[in-house]
Write a new protein. Structure first.
Length: 263
């Protein structure tokens, strides 16, 4: 369309909008922005001012971008995906990544490690089928992510026995397996790591077999890990690990996401 014709069309739309501005200022303000945006796009023509009801219906039907999405990254509401590391770290902490890095007391390394584990570590090379919109919309993102992981993994703790050529068991390791019996992770290292790993895979008391102790036949199996597994079964109540020491973390996260949505 020639420039003069486009200008005439924009002016006509704005004149019609001015009449309605006093009647429905909120809708008029929204359409005003739309008219200007469309006018600057040379590949489109400026739509005429429509009736209030169709505009309202279109706005309600349009897919919404979640508040946790960083505006600097692409997001298709018609094909929602999982957050990236920045988005999840900021949602967990209620602070921008730059603020976390600048604060020597923020323990941002722990937040980064947890975000990486929840996003990628627990799914590995498998397709992530968790509903991340629901997870990010939860009041407890960590707990929601772990529960969703538990549903797709159906984690179960088992004992892996390593045998020598004579068939004798020489070493045993505690592992997490999925519903198909595939090993997801070996439970080695410190007891805090073992317990957090169980939590991150969405394990529950039902994930620990009743006869776990009887499966261990080697003398050098870690007593600390065995005790952790037994205690996990008896004490597990579905609680999520605390992410930050600040008791107002949930409120901070809500405020942060609200500010992002406003921006």
């Amino acid at each position: 369309m020639e420039l003069s014709a486009r200008i005439d069309q924009v002016m006509a739309s704005l004149e019609a909008l001015k009449v309605r501005a006093t009647e429905t200022p909120a809708e008029a303000n929204t359409q005003f922005a739309s008219i200007l945006e469309t006018a600057l796009d040379s590949n489109h023509t400026t739509p005429p001012v429509a009736a209030a009801e169709p505009i309202k219906a279109q706005a309600e039907a349009a897919p919404q971008i979640p508040s946790w999405v960083d505006p600097n990254y692409g997001y298709d509401p018609a094909n929602p995906g999982k957050p990236n590391m920045r988005e999840l770290m900021e949602a967990l902490s209620g602070r921008s990544v730059e603020t976390l890095y600048a604060d020597s007391n923020s323990n941002w390394q722990d937040t980064s490690r947890l975000a990486s584990e929840l996003l990628y570590g627990v799914v590995g090379s498998n397709k992530d089928t968790r509903n991340w919109n629901a997870i990010m919309g939860s009041s407890d993102i960590v707990k929601a992510a772990r529960q969703a992981t538990g549903k797709i993994c159906a984690p179960a703790v088992g004992i892996l026995s390593i045998r020598d050529d004579a068939g004798l068991v020489t070493e045993q390791l505690a592992t997490i397996k999925n519903a198909d019996g595939n090993i997801l992770r070996s439970l080695t290292g410190g007891v805090d790591y073992v317990r957090e790993t169980l939590e991150n895979f969405g394990a529950t008391s039902a994930s620990i077999p009743e006869d776990l102790s009887s499966q261990i036949v080697v003398d050098d199996f870690s007593d600390a890990i065995l005790e952790t597994l037994v205690n996990f079964k008896s004490q597990y109540e579905g609680e999520a690990l605390a992410m930050v020491a600040d008791p107002d973390a949930a409120a901070s996260t809500a405020d942060f996401l609200s500010d992002r949505a406003s921006a």
